[in-house]
Design a protein around this ligand. Structure first.
Ligand SMILES: C[S@@+](CC[C@H](N)C(=O)[O-])C[C@H]1O[C@@H](n2cnc3c(N)ncnc32)[C@H](O)[C@@H]1O
Length: 207
């Protein structure tokens, strides 16, 4: 790690169990998470558009996070926190209940081959954890150029009974992630899905 001054500004949530730093603050103030932020174009634009919100950018790849730190510092954004963490670890273990107002999962690796489908982030277990870490009425925002992946995500969210489809938020218009831009540049469109967290259904006691 020596020789990378940006590393001092990255929060590392790897190795042994580590809870999300400042989670209590995020529970009480408006907080958005860009999960798998990559080189960070989306996150940088989001932080600039909503300076009063906490924006968290999370990824496993250190080189990409260093880039996000450099871009954040150049843009003088003081509402953007960069986390090195694995997405399942953050969502299933490190983040407490009701932490995020909105989670963006944009152009995640689609793992299109049938035998690799299990590598996809969106599964029914992950959906339940997304529901747990979102606040009341929180939003899950997903995008992909891969229609099969979009259909699978719709299916898992809708059959969960934990989310309902809602309209796109016009306040996000014009904010484009690095991968979406890449796809657009070669003439491929990217589909965006917005799902709102529903209250948990009442528990039924066995008779
Ligand atoms: C295809 S890129 C998309 C980046 C960005 N969201 C965009 O739309 O430009 C996927 C990103 O997710 C990150 N990623 C993949 N699996 C991950 C995981 N399990 N936990 C955290 N990040 C992950 C990769 O390192 C990569 O930066």
């Amino acid at each position: 790690m020596a020789g990378h001054p940006e590393d001092a500004e990255i929060r590392f949530l790897t190795g042994t169990y580590a809870p999300l730093p400042d989670a209590a603050h995020y529970q009480q103030t408006v907080t958005e998470l860009d999960l798998g932020c990559g080189a960070g174009s989306y996150t940088i634009q989001l932080a600039a558009r909503f300076p009063e919100r906490n924006i968290l950018a999370a990824d496993v790849m250190l080189g990409r996070l260093r880039k996000v730190i450099r871009r954040r510092n150049r843009a003088r954004l003081n509402n953007l926190t960069v986390l090195r963490t694995e997405a399942r670890f953050l969502i299933s273990f490190a983040a407490p209940d009701g932490c995020f107002d909105r989670i963006h999962l944009l152009c995640p690796d689609p793992w299109p081959k049938d035998r690799h489908r299990g590598h996809r982030l969106l599964s029914s277990d992950f959906t339940a954890q997304l529901h747990r870490v979102l606040k009341t009425d929180g939003i899950f925002h997903f995008s992909s150029d891969d229609q099969t992946y979009c259909a699978a995500v719709r299916d898992v969210l809708e059959t969960s009974g934990l989310f309902r489809a809602v309209a796109a938020d016009p306040a996000l218009d014009g904010i484009v992630s690095d991968f979406e831009q890449r796809w657009n540049d070669i003439g491929r469109s990217v589909t965006h899905l917005f799902y709102q967290r529903l209250p948990l259904p009442p528990k039924t006691i066995g008779h």
